[in-house]
Ligand binder design. Structure first.
Ligand SMILES: O=C(O)CCC(=O)C(=O)O
Ligand SMILES: [Fe+2]
Length: 237
C-alpha cells in the first residue's frame, strides 16, 4: 500500500468516527446578495467562469424566490408583497455542500438534523446521488431527486411571518457508501435590519400571535445551532 493510500484510509477512519459532528466537506459558504457583500477573493478562482455563473444563478434565484414568496402570500389571501415588504432587501447566501463517500454510512451523518434559519432555501440537489431526508411524525422520509428541479424549503423566518401556517421542516443529509454528493443551497433571508414576525392579517382571536417580532434572527439561529437547539423555540410567544 502506498503512503498516499494509507493516509486516505486513516482520514476515512477519523472522519467516520466523528459521528456527532457529521461528515461534510464544505467547499464555499458565501454571501452573494446584495452585490456589495460579495467578497470575490473568497470565491474559487477556478474554473474561470465560476464567478459569472454564480452571479447569474443568484439573479435567477432572486427572481424565483420573489415569485414564490408572492405566490405564498396570495395563497393566504394576503397582498402579494406582504412577506417581501417585511423582508426588505433580500440577503442571499450560497453554500456548496460536498459529502464524500463513507464505507459506514450508517455511523455518520452528512449534515446533522436542522431547520433552516432563512425565510426560504432553494436547494439544487446532486443529479445522481440522494441524501436529503425530511422529518415528519418522527419518521425520516427521503427526498427523491427530480432532474433539473430545485427543492424549495421553507425556513424559520417564513414560519414566523406566516404565524406558523407554513412550517420550517427539520431535515438532514445522509452519506452514500460509494459515491460523493454535491448540493448547492441558496439561503434567502430578510435584511438584518428588518423586523420579522407574524403579519397582522394572520393574527386573530382564533390564531393568536405565535412568534415574537425580532431583528437579525440569523444571529440567534447560529447561536442555537451550535448548541443543537432550535432557535425558533426561543421566539415563540
Ligand atoms: O445537501 C442537502 O441535501 C441538504 C443541505 C441543507 O440542508 C443545507 O445546506 O441547509
Ligand atoms: Fe438545510
Amino acid at each position: 500500500m502506498g503512503q498516499k493510500e494509507s493516509i486516505m484510509k486513516d482520514m476515512e477512519v477519523t472522519l467516520c468516527s466523528q459521528k456527532i459532528k457529521g461528515l461534510i466537506g464544505l467547499i464555499v459558504f458565501t454571501s452573494v446578495q446584495p452585490e456589495h457583500q460579495r467578497i470575490f477573493q473568497a470565491w474559487p478562482q477556478q474554473p474561470p467562469e465560476f464567478r459569472d455563473v454564480l452571479i447569474e444563478y443568484t439573479e435567477k434565484l432572486k427572481e424565483l424566490n420573489e415569485g414564490i414568496m408572492k405566490a405564498m402570500a396570495k395563497s393566504l389571501k394576503l397582498e402579494e408583497e406582504s412577506f417581501l415588504k417585511q423582508c426588505g432587501d433580500t440577503n442571499m447566501f450560497a453554500r456548496f455542500n460536498y459529502y464524500p463517500p463513507c464505507k459506514r454510512p450508517e455511523s455518520v451523518l452528512g449534515l446533522k438534523s436542522h431547520a433552516d434559519g432563512s425565510a426560504m432555501t432553494l436547494l439544487l440537489q446532486d443529479p445522481n446521488v440522494e441524501g436529503l431526508q425530511i422529518l415528519r411524525d418522527n419518521n425520516w422520509f427521503k427526498v427523491s431527486i427530480i432532474p433539473d428541479a430545485l427543492v424549495v424549503n421553507v425556513g424559520d423566518q417564513m414560519e414566523m411571518m406566516s404565524n406558523g401556517v407554513f412550517k420550517s421542516p427539520i431535515h438532514r443529509a445522509v452519506i452514500n457508501s460509494e459515491k460523493e454528493r454535491l448540493t448547492i443551497a441558496m439561503f434567502c433571508a430578510p435584511d438584518v435590519e428588518s423586523e420579522i414576525g407574524p403579519v397582522d392579517e394572520l393574527i386573530d382571536e382564533s390564531r393568536p400571535k405565535l412568534y415574537k417580532t425580532i431583528k437579525n434572527y440569523v444571529k440567534t439561529y447560529f447561536q442555537y445551532y451550535q448548541q443543537n437547539k432550535r432557535a425558533i423555540d426561543a421566539v415563540r410567544v
